[in-house]
Design a protein around this ligand. Structure first.
Ligand code: ADP
Ligand code: MG
Length: 724
């Protein structure tokens, strides 16, 4: 098929598609966590003592007692086999943002040739996948391929169903044979432990006595695009890079704001219900669904959970979205910027910390004591964002997220905190309020007067802030849609741990001087505001003025690209932060820099290759074909004595030549291989390759506006965004 014949056929297929599968959904109570080996299933199948031991491990994160592993493994196997599973998989989360699995059968061949099913505590607890094909940033040479997976007891095992079978999946950590973290789970668990320890110390200094394990929670809002698979399969860029590298904006985009919160198209709704059913069975509490800003863009937000579980569930959610989309004839795009000029996709990470005894520590609360406690934790966050803003930026730095950050539809690359007018005033008051004030005033300032009613006012939102307080949690809005939430959560927990450690020490010092608790708190908060208050910003984060003010007056970093942001991981103060808190050793941190840098470079190299090949083998031939048709028409008209306009042909010829020229420049630039170090190569990708890719695109997109639609080979933005 040439030209748009394939496109036309796709359109026919799509509009003649049967809409609904006619499937009836089960009752929520019946499907909820049906496929999860959770506490209640353990309780039903385990001896009392074993259950008590494992429950303790799950709720406190303490080490699993090895003597119970066999009993748990047997119960888990029986449950899984009862649901038709013959295989189990250790699921782990390498540094690539993806999930990885190694599958093994329960089958065990006996000496007499018969088979039995076997699953011991040892295989439940530890696996040994061939780790050589996962990036390790130089920690492990490839010939020493051994990597170990270890069951993360705090995240429940579950069954993944396919049409003709199911697999028992066990969430695991992934470490090298020397014990270094090779994944995103190990540091997340360590960051929670570091934060727990620091938070409990501060809570105790604040006068609490009964203090339970402090965990962080996460509710992630996932944005995504759906494109019909007929179209997507005709776009090499969507298939290989997850985004369009070419494509002219349609006459109508998102300017009417008619998509956001509009009625969800029926075909999409059927897809969503299918997704939700799978999620519910997996115990993932999907809660909110709606259209997003761009046509073809949607959002799904599960209810928040403990950070570690939320993070594993988020990975599963992305898998479920992609797999279910296929069944419905869609391709689900999780890329941050699948369509240039159209709103991109983010993943807002709502984050808070708390425990079962003091509750949500980022919730202002009703009593003066609760409020003082809240201000301390909030102050700790402010200090953290100021000190480690560049690290937050590095944690969300990917080639794909760079398309969003800093563009005028997503948070800027400058990390600041939005508190809302009321809370911002409170902290300003703390800053100016003299600590030498009478004790009474101090007490009043902290508790009763200053925090009247911090209502969770939905109107009081700042969409331009990368990190906003939203009533009882912070929302990290700059996280990319395709990312694992672990990276951002690790950074948030770790910087909070660092701040709380600092606050703990400072409070202790002030109390030792004989200050009463409230005055000591005020003193420490004032110090935080004096040194870090400049990170608070309630204005328009997109504005020119802010970009100037943030950098020039407030000394905040504006790390525009991943190439600018990743080297932060090599800075001494970051190394110290991770080492002091025990979250990452210097070797582990270094390996992360190498892996993320490599991922960035590889993505840009793949895209650059695609730009060259699509320009040469898809767009150029279409232009030439149309041009030859046009010129023969002009020639034959001229033979009849009719003088036909030649400008269109000339314009197409010019654009084609310019595109070919730009492709040559890009190809030449791609051939460069001698770089002094990784940083130089990162910058080369950001500063040289990317702009050259854009240059090719400019000419190609202009050609799309000149060439007859019947000759255009690639599904258009209009088709991909509007035909469902
Ligand atoms: P909005 O679109 O207004 O930001 P949503 O309701 O779509 O809000 O999403 C809010 C997310 O924040 C949900 O996942 C919700 O469960 C989560 N959330 C609510 N409270 C907390 C909390 N204390 N800690 C972490 N996440 C929370
Ligand atoms: Mg939100």
């Amino acid at each position: 098929m040439t030209g748009n014949a394939a496109r036309t056929q796709s359109v026919h297929q799509i509009i003649n598609r049967p809409l609904s599968s006619g499937k009836k959904l089960s009752r929520l109570e019946d499907m909820w966590a049906e496929n999860v080996f959770n506490l209640s299933k353990m309780q039903a199948s385990l001896p009392k003592g074993v259950f008590k031991s494992i429950k303790n491990t799950i709720t406190t994160g303490e080490k699993l007692d090895p003597s119970v592993a066999d009993a748990v493994a047997t119960a888990m196997r029986d449950w899984a086999m009862g649901k038709g599973a013959m295989y189990y998989a250790h699921v782990f989360y390498p540094m690539t943002n993806l999930s990885a699995e190694k599958h093994d059968g329960f089958i065990s061949v006996q000496g007499d040739g018969n088979v039995i099913s076997e699953f011991s505590g040892k295989v439940l607890v530890q696996g040994e996948p061939d780790g050589s094909s996962f990036p390790n940033g130089g920690i492990r040479d490839t010939f020493e391929a051994r990597g170990y997976t270890g069951w993360d007891v705090t995240s429940p095992a579950y069954i993944m169903e396919t049409d003709n079978g199911s697999t028992l999946c066990i969430p695991t950590v992934f470490v090298s044979w020397t014990g270094e973290a090779l994944d995103k789970k190990v540091p997340l668990l360590r960051s929670i432990a570091a934060m727990d320890k620091a938070a409990r110390k501060v809570l105790s200094l604040l006068g609490n006595e009964d203090i339970a394990h402090v965990n962080s929670s996460c509710g992630a809002e996932q944005e995504y695009f759906l494109v019909d698979a007929n179209f997507a399969s005709q776009r090499p860029d969507l298939l290989l890079a997850g985004r369009t590298l070419f494509g002219k904006l349609p006459a109508k985009g998102q300017e009417f704001d008619d998509h956001y919160f509009g009625a969800i198209p029926e075909r999409v709704q059927v897809f969503m219900q299918d997704v939700e059913e799978t999620l519910y069975k997996l115990g993932i509490p999907a809660k909110t669904r709606h259209n997003e800003v761009a046509p073809g863009q949607f959002e799904i937000a599960p209810f928040f959970e403990a950070a570690n579980v939320a993070s594993d569930h988020q990975q599963l959610l992305m898998t479920v979205l992609k797999n279910t989309a296929k069944k419905h004839g869609f391709v689900c795009l999780l890329h941050e910027k699948p369509f240039a000029g159209i709103n991109g996709s983010g993943k807002h990470v709502n984050w808070s910390v708390g425990n079962s005894t003091q509750g949500n520590l980022l919730d202002p609360g009703d009593s003066p004591h609760d409020n003082a406690q809240f201000l301390v934790f909030c102050g700790a966050v402010i200090r953290g964002v100021h000190k480690y803003g560049p690290l937050m930026r590095a944690a969300i730095a990917t080639a794909s997220n760079d398309h969003r950050l800093g563009a005028n539809e997503a948070p800027p690359a400058i990390m600041s905190v939005y508190l809302g007018t009321q809370l911002e005033e409170v902290f300003e008051q703390i800053k100016t309020g003299s600590v030498k004030d009478s004790k009474k005033k101090g007490v009043m300032d902290l508790g009763v007067d200053v925090l009247p009613d911090l209502t969770k006012d939905a109107g009081d939102r700042n969409r331009t802030s990368p990190f906003a307080f939203t009533g009882n949690r912070f929302e990290f809005r700059a996280v990319g849609s395709s990312q694992s939430v672990s990276g951002p959560l690790i950074v948030l927990n770790t910087m909070l741990a660092d701040s709380l450690n600092w606050i703990g020490d400072r409070l202790e010092a002030e109390l030792a001087k004989g200050l009463d608790l409230d005055t000591a708190i005020l003193t420490v908060l004032k110090e935080i505001m004096e040194n870090h208050g400049q990170v608070i910003f309630g204005g328009n984060g997109y504005s020119e003025e802010w970009h100037k003010m943030a950098v020039e007056e407030r000394g905040l970093a504006n790390l525009r690209t991943t190439a600018d942001a990743l080297p932060v991981l090599k800075e001494k103060y970051i190394e110290d932060l991770f080492e002091k808190t025990g979250v990452l050793t210097p070797v582990e941190l270094e390996s992360r820099f190498e892996v993320y840098a490599e991922q960035y470079i590889l993505s840009i190299e793949v895209e650059a290759k695609l730009v060259v090949s699509m320009a040469k083998t898809v767009i150029y031939p279409a232009a030439v074909e149309y041009l030859s048709k046009l010129s023969s028409t002009i020639a034959s008209l001229s033979g009849l004595g009719i003088d036909f306009e030649k400008e269109s042909a000339k314009k197409i010829a010019d654009l084609t030549n310019q595109m070919v020229g730009a492709v040559a420049k890009l190809s030449e630039a791609m051939a460069k291989h001698d770089f002094a170090n990784t940083e130089e190569k990162l910058q080369y990708c950001a500063q040289t390759l990317r702009p050259l890719m854009d240059e090719v695109r400019t000419f190609a997109d202009a050609l799309e506006g000149e060439i007859a639609d019947s000759f255009w080979p690639l599904p258009t933005y209009q088709e991909m965004l509007f035909i469902k």
